[in-house]
Design a protein around this ligand. Sequence first.
Ligand SMILES: [Zn+2]
Ligand SMILES: [Zn+2]
Length: 570
Amino acid sequence: MKNREIAKLFEKMADMLEFKGENVFKINAYRKAARVIGDLSQDIDKLNREGTLRDIPGVGEGIAKKIKEYLETGQISKYEGVRKGVPDDLLAMMTIPGMGPKTVALVHKTLGISSIAELEEAVEKGRLRDLPGMGVKKEENILRGIALLRQSGERIALGVAIPILDEIVAEFKRRAKVQKILPAGSLRRMKETIGDIDILVTGHDGRKIIKAFTELPQVQEILAAGDTKGSIIVPGGLQIDLRVVPRASYGAALQYFTGSKAHNIHLREIAKTKGMKISEYGIFRGDRKIGGRKEEEIYTELGLAWIPPEMREDRGEIALAAQGKLPRLVEEKDIRGDLHVHSNWSDGSATIEQIALAARKRGYQYVAICDHSQSLKFAGGLSERRLLEQMEEIRRLNEKFSGIVVLAGTEVDIKTDGSLDYPDKLLEKLDVVVASIHSGFKQPEEKITARLLSALDNPHVDIIAHPTGRLISSRPPYLVSLEEVFAKAAETGTALEINAYYDRLDLNDTHCKRAAEMGAKLSIGTDAHHTDQLWMMRLGVAVARRGWLEKADLLNTWSVQRFRRFLSGH
Ligand SMILES: [Zn+2]
Ligand SMILES: [Zn+2]
């Protein structure tokens, strides 16, 4: 699918126009188109062939023409034109989280800064703080943004990589005779961002297998094609390596290539103390191979229980495995409901009925409709009257359906002064109240923490959504004392969300681990805006597993009866 490439182009286009100080409406039109196309579940190429591009919300005649041009020629002439006047280094500066094209234009024009290195130097010398709209806080934010950018490098979000990989593996299996096939590396560990993907397979004819791999329709570029290893680039710039390994060492290779590096170094140290050696070929005592066919053998020979890949970060899991005390991690099949879904009543695209049917099809017992609240006008927030109407609609649907309970909920905004966007007497009527912050991200730590604490103190609030507000691709977390938030959540019995939306994953793995240790309950919500996004529950479960969570830690593994008791009792 070319959707993501086109969305990125439009986003860049908007950045450059904004940098040049052009018409705001034009800029917003490109941003909106980028967002809609990025979220689109249908293949944009297919829509173009069917002549239905204009049916996409936010795609007018001009945008549709440009999409068509890109699909047919591989470029957009208007983009190339606008692009010409903006040096690469300035474009790179615009990708710094918290920076944006307007600020880049400002520092470029007034201070002559034209690269990230120059910007960093200027910030450190305090040269930015006196510019209009700047200040010490803003300087700090820019430094953090630079750090975040460097850290993310060329990595891509897990939730972007998984659908690409699934499609490729399915197509590859149709074309090649392989017995075992598993991705290794950070993808198997379900890290929130991943670099290259390593796939390990076993099979008889290595050369044939690699040939089938490099001939996949998704291949954009072949980097290597040998007898045991092939390497390709697929859309999105993702590199995928395929290794054909002998059956007798498949387990050892899988263990080796899964990592993490720190985990494997620790294992090798243990092996050494026992007079053993481990490598991608097996586990050895002296020259004698004592295991490697199955991954479990590596761990067993070292006197350890097999460790789930999501835990392999050398954060204490090896000691637990030695004592036989590993947690029993939650699994996707334990999930009984999704606790954060938007419908077309606010900025989602599915009807409540469609959501209910899709949730039932996934085997859920319940699904919570949590549309935005009134002050979030840009996201179609519901007035009090509309929310009451929606509750009525949900009541009617529940009478009609069997096998799924639709819970009437809201994602009520925690306003900048800490108050909630609906009165208590309305919140009281809802089944589920999810509260979250969507504005005032730049407030000082005490202020944001206080907003969250006061929401936690409200007896009607059941869950705090995306507690840190970060976006993996573009926004660092706001400043907040999570320790205070976790302690308060444990005290009030309010749950903290693991938002499973691919760009959020908020709380992240280490935070949800800490929250559970402090006695807080957690819940997973996809924040899906259409039914095609309900699959992201898988990402939320991965975060929970990386945070060592068990079934009992998560509200939405509970039966609908137990969940209702929680809602009325906490
Ligand atoms: Zn939200
Ligand atoms: Zn939401």
